[in-house]
Design a protein around this ligand. Structure first.
Ligand code: SF4
Length: 347
């Protein structure tokens, strides 16, 4: 699949028609001959087919729900930001290790909210409460917001809004590459655009229905060229035969593209990097095996070290010597390709 998400079916809350965006969306999906049906609540949608968990999951990922977000509150988002900024929920991608899989349940249909102005008003209030301290908002805590951007324009509105906000900052992360409409936004350096990257070996096996690493790298070059603060999350990092060469190539190619497209005066000092080695909980493993019965994800407890988690969920991480080797390897790569970048963490 390409990064162009076209839903198989659409549901809408009747209330969404009271907003110009809701009306336009419903009309344009009808014009595309996509089945469009009302639903009483965007939180409880019935009518998504699927006789088993794998099918239900796949069908949900092709379903778009147009709703009105009513909550007056934003969830907190420690430690990366102060608050989540909810513009979209879920994403049409099918990464086997999706970080939303456990929170979104069996039918993670894609939800967009048409009352963007009201959502941004809540952000304004929260910024006001903390000013002159800067308040940070995360736009990808419950979604990948890019695939539906071509329909809603919500991200661009939000980026423009933060461009005008003296005390507010926005950040989000994506694996998608449909970024052209955002290149002209008036971001004023207040939005950090992050890409989630991995090597071909990993993306080809586990990140179904998402763009290739090369496409993501090309998109990141455009974003950098448009003057956005840029970041990369390398996650999840795996060990497999030949991992060193694959990851080395990934960083080398990324550095090459950024050097080609960086605006004058840019230095890797302005780049943030995050590294997350692969880990899993038994709950996530059970989920993954249900949705992807033929998964090749390496999840063998004997090969890992058990680490107690904060909320009673222990994680299986790479054993210390293997983790250390990964850490040293990536530190070396950063030194070679992005010597001044800020490494936020390696876990
Ligand atoms: S792109 Fe991100 S949000 Fe979408 S399925 Fe993959 S991990 Fe989940």
């Amino acid at each position: 699949m390409t990064e162009e998400f076209v839903p198989k079916r659409v549901f809408f809350e009747p209330k969404a028609l009271e907003y110009p965006l809701g009306k336009t969306l419903v009309e344009s999906f009808r014009a595309l001959q996509i089945p469009v049906t009302p639903t009483s609540s965007h939180n409880r949608v019935t009518g998504i087919p699927g006789n088993n968990p794998a099918q239900a999951y796949r069908e949900a990922k092709g379903t778009l729900v147009i709703g009105v977000r009513r909550s007056e509150k934003f969830q907190t988002c420690k430690p990366s930001a102060h608050y989540q900024l909810p513009l979209v929920t879920s994403c049409p991608g099918m990464c086997e290790y999706c970080y939303l899989a456990t929170t979104l349940g069996k039918k993670p249909y894609v939800r967009v909210y048409v009352n963007i102005e009201e959502i941004l008003e809540i952000a304004s209030k929260l910024i006001g409460e903390r000013s002159p301290e800067i308040t940070y908002f995360e736009g990808a805590a419950t979604s990948d917001p890019i695939p539906v951007e071509r329909y809603t324009g919500a991200l661009k509105k939000t980026i423009n809004y933060f461009g005008r906000e003296r005390y507010g900052r926005f950040r989000f992360v994506t694996k998608f590459t449909d970024v052209d409409s955002l290149l002209s936004a008036s971001h004023e350096g207040h939005t950090r655009f992050r890409f989630s990257l991995n090597c071909d070996y990993v993306v080809n096996r586990f990140e179904h229905l998402t763009p290739s690493p090369e496409k993501r790298i090309v998109a990141s070059g455009k974003v950098l060229n448009a003057g956005y603060p840029l970041g990369f999350i390398f996650a999840p990092i795996f060990r497999f035969p030949g991992w060193e060469a694959e990851y080395q190539h990934l960083l080398e190619r990324t550095a090459e593209e950024l050097t080609r497209l960086a605006p004058q005066g840019w230095s890797s000092e302005q780049l943030t990097l995050e590294f997350i080695s692969h880990r899993y909980t038994l709950k996530a493993k059970a989920n993954i095996q249900e949705i992807f019965p033929n998964s090749l994800l390496p999840m063998v407890e004997e090969d890992r070290k058990f680490k107690y988690g904060q909320f009673g969920y222990g994680k299986y991480i790479y054993p210390p010597e293997e983790l250390e080797e990964l850490k040293e390897f990536f530190a070396e790569q950063v030194k070679t390709y992005f010597s001044l970048a800020k490494v936020e963490y390696f876990i």
